[in-house]
Design a protein around this ligand. Structure first.
Ligand SMILES: [Zn+2]
Length: 320
């Protein structure tokens, strides 16, 4: 019995030692040594190329168009996006009116609304017909995207989608035109030019960048237009729930910038890849606390490891 007690104490001591040995928090009197790293990678709190907050009734509206190559015969009877049709979720993956706030659950609008504590309204306009492009699905995606724009140009008034002036980084003014379409998603059923699932541009190149519409509005390859190309059929999963993180991630490149892993070295020099909206790989859907901090959605207080602190659920309390 005595021997048992001693070994129990020994095990207990070992556990205590292990816990205090692993410090991912801040030691006493820790100085903010990672802050300079933030400054290098992220000069200012807020959205770099897209508004992080749309205040006073303003909103950012994304022009959304669905496209398919004529010869697309991959998963032809997929119930979520049958070939030669709009996806069944075309009118439900994003809010279309600011009056819908907080927006239906699982929509892109609800995602940004929730992450921003109700300060960022991102809605969409859905082009009502599927655009079919007669070309090989492997051709350069910028050429394919340009064909989509040419095919819809005559029926769309693109000046209607220019409601923001975004002349430079961290400069976004609502209710002011800059002659650039604010934001566009070209959402492909399958595009086989590359292996990415999405990219934060349209691939437009000189002399077709910007693309100038019949109305004289301009669509930039990227910046100041928030331009995004999506490949939904990757992994043969055509649900928008599966691609919601991808849609948000590509938009995130305009909020955060072109890079990844914005929380570079917060834990003893270890990058925190795998958590957050903007890791280079294996990210999650939710913005992590650092990402929220960079957009001005949360602040933080240092809690030292010798100070007891109880935390509530992060996503609902916004406290982590
Ligand atoms: Zn990315």
């Amino acid at each position: 019995m005595k021997q048992f007690l001693i070994s129990l104490i020994f095990i207990y001591a070992n556990i205590i030692y292990s816990q205090s040995d692993y410090q991912c928090g801040m030691p006493p009197n820790y100085q903010e040594t990672y802050q300079p790293g933030y400054q290098v990678n992220y000069p200012q709190i807020g959205g770099q190329f897209a508004p992080a907050k749309t205040l006073n009734g303003a909103y950012l509206r994304i022009f959304c168009v669905f496209a398919q190559f004529q010869g697309d015969n991959k998963d032809p009877n997929d119930p979520n996006w049958p070939v030669n049709q709009m996806p069944v979720w075309a009118n439900s993956f994003i809010g279309t009116n600011i009056n819908q706030a907080p927006y239906p659950i699982n929509t892109l609008s609800n995602y940004f609304y929730q992450m921003s504590n109700g300060t960022n309204h991102i809605i969409g306009y859905i082009h009502p017909t599927l655009i079919t492009v007669n070309a090989p699905s492997t051709q350069y995606y910028g050429t394919s995207n340009r064909t989509v724009l040419q095919q819809i140009d005559a029926t769309v008034n693109f000046t209607y989608f220019d409601q923001w002036s975004m002349p430079g980084t961290y400069q976004q003014t609502p209710n002011q035109q800059d002659n650039y379409v604010d934001a566009i998603y070209i959402i492909w059923r399958n595009i086989d030019y590359d292996t990415w699932g999405g990219i934060a541009n349209l691939g437009l190149t000189y002399p077709n960048n910007p693309y100038i519409t019949n109305d004289g509005a301009r669509i930039a390859d990227r910046i100041p237009t928030i331009s995004m190309t999506l490949d939904i059929g990757g992994k043969s999963d055509y649900t928008f729930q599966n691609k919601l993180g991808l849609l948000a991630h590509e938009y995130g490149h305009y909020l955060f910038g072109a890079g990844h892993n914005f929380e570079l070295a917060a834990c003893s020099g270890t990058a925190q890849r795998g958590l957050g909206l903007m890791p280079a790989w294996a990210g999650s859907l939710a913005m992590n606390p650092h990402e929220k901090f960079l957009l001005g959605y949360t602040t933080y207080t240092d809690v030292f490891y010798d100070t007891p602190k109880t935390l509530a659920d992060y996503q609902t309390s916004h406290i982590s």
